[in-house]
Write a protein that binds this ligand. Structure first.
Ligand SMILES: NC(=O)c1ccc[n+]([C@@H]2O[C@H](COP(=O)([O-])OP(=O)(O)OC[C@H]3O[C@@H](n4cnc5c(N)ncnc54)[C@H](O)[C@@H]3O)[C@@H](O)[C@H]2O)c1
Length: 268
């Protein structure tokens, strides 16, 4: 895929692309981040733009996402439901139109699903979580690889957000750890398939993190947080630091790996 004449003119004329920070760990790079309107995804948009990246910020609602990233220079918001592969493909097309390149994709969009006893979970409860956490991540990884393979030179870094629930018993409905374990399998499989294209694929498996997804009911929250020996939740920024490392060239020898900032819940 090559840049359109208009894209080339704007970049060479020192237009919007050239205005982005020339310094930083992601200077000159372009990223697409899903789940960008809240929590870990939003913190990642903030860190990436602080480090000089241009970011296509992807979440369900374009207006909410635009509002969330309004203060971040270099971020462009789009509304995309990652359960729909045609919408995901359109978001990647938009990233190329905006930036003329794609170096990094971060798949942070996710849902925890209905809280219910195992035997009360419906087929829809299971399918809904898998549709976002696993199928949506697959659609995004596939679209990212298609685009990264067509760059000259080919290459890039993909970071999938899994969960410590994929690594150890965690008090969440079964479809959540099942979907997040699927993300780890997807990460390893694709990492092996695309290594020769210069594309790295890694996963982050956070422990309890202070976002709207963490249970707000204090006893439940406390029980989840106390699973880690640090006995606190991570901030979304702490998880974004790990994502930034995996996106940047500092992690050039990492692929197919899972990094788990989990406050000492799982030690390995
Ligand atoms: N918060 C935690 O304790 C925790 C722990 C481990 C893993 N995670 C994972 O981290 C990721 C980010 O979660 P968070 O804690 O920031 O939660 P969050 O609820 O703050 O953010 C999730 C975002 O994903 C978006 N999203 C949901 N469905 C979508 C869809 N179909 N298409 C596009 N966007 C969609 C939501 O609108 C939301 O903005 C998730 O994958 C989650 O499973 C969170």
């Amino acid at each position: 895929m090559s840049a359109s004449p208009g894209d080339r003119r704007r970049r060479s004329a020192g237009g919007r692309y050239a205005r982005q920070s020339p310094v930083g760990r992601l200077a000159g790079k372009a990223a697409l981040i899903t789940g960008a309107a809240s929590g870990i995804g939003l913190a990642t948009v903030r860190r990436f733009t602080e480090e000089g990246a241009r970011v296509l910020a992807v979440d369900l609602d374009a207006g909410r996402t635009a509002h969330a990233v309004a203060g971040y220079r270099g971020a462009v918001a789009v509304g995309t439901d990652i359960r729909d592969s045609s919408q995901v493909d359109a978001a990647y097309d938009r990233a190329f139109t905006e930036f003329g390149r794609l170096d990094t994709a971060v798949n942070a969009a996710g849902v925890s699903g209905a809280q219910a006893d195992l035997c009360d979970l419906t087929d829809e409860d299971f399918a809904d979580v898998v549709a976002v956490n696993l199928a949506g991540t697959f659609y995004s990884v596939r679209a990212a690889v298609r685009l990264m393979r067509r760059m000259s030179p080919a290459g890039g870094s993909i970071v999938n957000v899994s969960s410590v629930g994929a690594l150890a018993n965690f008090p969440l409905p079964a479809m959540y750890p099942a979907s997040k374990a699927g993300v780890l399998g997807l990460t390893r499989a694709v990492a092996a398939l695309v290594a020769s294209d210069g594309i790295r694929v890694n996963a982050v498996a956070p422990g309890a993190t202070d976002t709207p997804m963490l249970p707000q009911d204090e006893p439940v929250r406390r029980a989840v947080v106390d699973l880690g020996v640090l006995r606190r939740a991570a901030s979304a920024e702490e998880i974004a630091h790990t994502i930034l490392f995996l996106a940047s060239d500092e992690s050039a020898f990492y692929t197919g790996q899972t990094l788990s900032p989990n406050g000492g819940y799982v030690m390995h």
